[in-house]
Design a protein around this ligand. Sequence first.
Ligand SMILES: O=C(CO)COP(=O)(O)O
Length: 136
Amino acid sequence: MSKLTLALVAHDHKKPELLAWVKQHIAILEQCNLVGTGTTGGLIASETGLEVTRYKSGPLGGDQQIGALIAENKLDALFFFWDPLNPAPHDPDVKALLRLCSVWNVPVACTPATADLVITSPLFLSPDYKPVKPNF
Ligand SMILES: O=C(CO)COP(=O)(O)O
């Protein structure tokens, strides 16, 4: 069975929440290929020992790199704890990444509560479940 590829991304004020969430669900996450934006990925790798493929930092193009994975059908889910209370210089990239999840029907969780529900779904690790991809 091929492993799921998951992206982990958080804005600075949300990194503690994502790290706590990752620790809570580490038994599932260690069965997956993990990728992340630069700072988030580095933090998770150093704090948990999980292997995380790191792209560039978000403001330097990391969100767009993860968007490219989605466009190439190489990402199974995005966990993106973005910050609704602080403006990001790369807000267009943030919006573009979230938009591509909708374009390509990729599950995306932006809060710990949603992330809990997604990752504990019986469908999450089921080899029989594949989200329907649009036929453009
Ligand atoms: O800015 C980000 C997502 O938009 C995250 O980037 P970092 O993980 O490098 O902080």
